[in-house]
Ligand binder design. Structure first.
Ligand code: UGA
Length: 339
């Protein structure tokens, strides 16, 4: 199988590439503006890479969408501070650029595996979010935090509609996937990366952690190894179970508050010699979301996936608990920390 991954150097893109090259005989064609996460695959004869911007290299993309069996358009801005600070950029990249790729897939009959998002459910009040029955609840327009969710939602709907005209597709919704190389933590400015890496960077540099609005909001932290396992099942599509479906890919058992997450990260880091006093020295501050993100922010208080679809159609089950997911992530950054 020939797999086209746009955004191959991203967190999901490079993790998926690694698994494909290890566990299958598939060819990977990839594009990205950077290559720091994929340097180790560059010599592999089954890995074909072009360094470039998806907004510029349109002919290369069209040619490869035609040539490949499946395309994963993974290029997107996915950090909440960017939704608030640069909403138009989020719309242009996450929606407009990806729509063009979806249309190429329609033109050439190529299967699309598209990253929707857990954010799509917004402030839904359901105990767990179901792909077929949960409402998608977003705040007012002035709360630009929702432009990401809204852009993804519209693309989900467009892909679904093309599906009714024959496009082969699967939508997957990651719920806070974490793992090695999630974000660059060395230079992580406030709000520039996702919470786990944001906290890790602060702790490793001896800076205070900041709990937005008290840290009672909850997330289900999912190990990237489980996420990639689900993606491999979707790509293999044994028995056609992934065809025309939406899958939440998250671990409902790893539900924790952001304050608990901070404590757990402190505990895990304190297990390493340079950080052994962290339980005593770590400073955890409270900050309002207005102060941290600005007035365009609104939060999601609980976000638990219903994963019956993935269990039944893909035979998938998340295996890594919260502690394992975080320890695996921490170990990666510890190994690369400059002494
Ligand atoms: C994320 C992002 O939108 C995407 O990466 C993705 O689509 C999605 O969730 C997902 O992976 O499921 P969110 O979970 O809100 O959204 O983003 P984080 O930046 O990881 O923040 C999680 C929570 O921690 C938020 O409530 C935030 O306010 C809080 N936070 C973040 C803090 O309390 N302190 C910080 O320093 C950073």
């Amino acid at each position: 199988m020939k797999v086209l991954i746009l955004g191959v150097n991203g967190f999901i893109g490079h993790s998926l590439t690694s698994r494909i090259l290890r566990d299958s005989d598939w060819q990977v064609y990839g594009m990205d503006i950077g290559d720091d996460r994929i340097t180790q695959y560059r010599g592999n004869p089954r890995f074909h890479f072009l360094e470039g911007d998806i907004a510029i290299n349109r002919e290369w993309i069209e040619y490869h969408v035609k040539k490949c069996d499946v395309v994963l358009p993974l290029v997107a801005i996915a950090t909440p501070s960017a939704y608030v600070q640069d909403p138009l950029r989020v719309f242009e990249l996450d929606f407009e650029e990806n729509l063009r790729i979806v249309r190429d897939a329609v033109r050439y009959g190529t299967r699309v595996v598209f990253p929707s998002t857990s954010e799509i459910y917004g402030m839904c009040q359901d105990e767990s979010f179901n792909e077929e029955s949960s409402n998608l609840v977003l705040g007012p327009i002035s709360k630009q935090r929702w432009i990401y969710s809204c852009s993804k939602q519209l693309l989900d709907r467009v892909i679904w509609a093309y599906g009714q005209q024959g496009l082969r597709f699967t939508l997957f919704r990651p719920f806070n996937w974490v793992g090695p190389n999630l974000d660059h933590i060395e230079t992580a400015k406030e709000g520039s990366s996702r919470v786990v890496t944001q906290f890790l960077g602060h702790l490793m540099r001896g800076e205070p952690l900041r709990l937005v609005d008290g840290g009672a909001q909850r997330r289900c932290i999912t190990d990237i190894r489980d996420g990639i396992d689900a993606l491999m099942r979707i790509l293999r599509n044994d028995g056609g179970g992934a065809e025309g479906r939406i899958f939440n890919v998250g671990n409902p058992r790893n539900d924790c508050s952001i304050a608990e997450l901070a404590d757990l990260l402190i505990d895990i880091l304190a297990g390493y010699e340079p950080y052994k006093d962290l339980r005593k020295t770590a400073v955890v501050e409270k900050v309002s979301s207005e102060e941290y993100y600005g007035s365009g922010y609104q939060d999601i208080w609980t976000r638990v996936p219903d994963i019956r679809n993935a269990r039944e159609q893909l035979g998938w089950e998340p295996r890594y608990d919260l502690h394992e997911a975080l320890s695996h992530t921490v170990q990666y950054y510890i190994d690369r920390a400059t002494p």
